[in-house]
Structure formats: structure tokens, C-alpha cells
Design a protein around this ligand. Structure first.
Ligand code: DQA
Length: 139
């Protein structure tokens, strides 16, 4: 089984970015630990700050792999192009947000992506990625 984690804009700054909201661990550190939690799953990680690159990766992974865990960052709240890419591919996509977007500014309450994802996790910190992978490994 092969699963991709895709992180969107500003998530390359995890560990440094607003640690009171997003924690103090870098995603690279977390990803190393995550691979040990799922020794039988081939995990790949991609991050980009660019919407077009994210669309291209959803297209590529979405026809190749068994599932995608996607934190689209701020593009969650703006991107029809990412929504269309998710809808276009056969792989199930789980939407993840580290913070509780519904407890934050109202512009974070709407997701263009949720309706075309199989489900979503928000507000559970980095643990949300692990839970999403666990789901994808049992469906
Ligand atoms: C986020 C929430 C988004 O609103 C924000 O733009 C992010 C991170 C999260 O993981 O909590 O960049 O997706």
C-alpha cells in the first residue's frame, strides 16, 4: 500500500510558524516518526507553496497511489482547481487540518475541498495525519 501526504502553502514552516497554533515540531521530524508507525506502508511526502504544483501532484498521485492525506493550508478556503483535481482522481483523499479551523476566523470555516474528500480531520494537531493514514490503510 502506498499513501501520499501532500501539504500546501506555509506548511514548510511547521515548527517555526505560529507554534501556539501549529506546534513546535517540523514536519520532516514528524514524518520520520510516522514512517516508523506504519512500517508496512510506503509513505511519500510532498509539500509546495504553489497551487499549480499541488494540482499536478494530486493528479499524479491520485491515479498511482492508494490514497492521499491532504492539508491544503489556505488553498482549502480558496481553490476550485484543487477541488476539481480531487474529484478527478480515483484515490480517496482525506482532508486534514492541524488546527481547529471552525474555532478560528470565519474565512477558515468553509472548505472547497471537503465535499469531494472521503472525510476530514481537524483540530487534532499532527496526530490527524496518523489517524488519516490509519483510516486509509483499513478501507
Ligand atoms: C491549516 C488551516 C488553514 O486555515 C491555514 O491556512 C493553514 C493551516 C491547518 O492545518 O490548520 O495554513 O490547514
Amino acid at each position: 500500500m502506498k499513501i501520499a501526504i501532500i501539504n500546501g502553502p506555509n506548511l514548510n514552516l511547521l515548527g517555526k510558524r505560529e507554534p501556539e497554533i501549529y506546534g513546535s515540531q517540523t514536519f520532516e521530524e514528524y514524518f520520520e516518526a510516522l514512517k516508523k508507525v506504519f512500517p508496512d506502508t510506503d509513505l511519500v511526502y510532498f509539500q509546495s507553496n504553489s497551487e499549480g504544483e499541488l494540482v499536478s501532484k494530486i493528479q499524479a498521485f491520485g491515479f498511482e497511489l492508494d490514497g492521499i492525506v491532504l492539508n491544503a493550508g489556505a488553498y482549502t478556503h480558496t481553490s476550485v482547481a484543487m477541488r476539481d483535481a480531487i474529484a478527478a482522481v480515483p484515490a480517496p483523499v482525506v482532508e486534514v487540518h492541524i488546527s481547529n479551523v471552525h474555532a478560528r476566523e470565519s474565512f477558515r470555516h468553509h472548505s472547497y475541498l471537503s465535499a469531494v474528500c472521503v472525510g476530514g480531520i481537524f483540530g487534532l494537531g499532527l496526530k490527524g495525519y496518523e489517524l488519516a493514514i490509519r483510516y486509509l490503510t483499513v478501507i
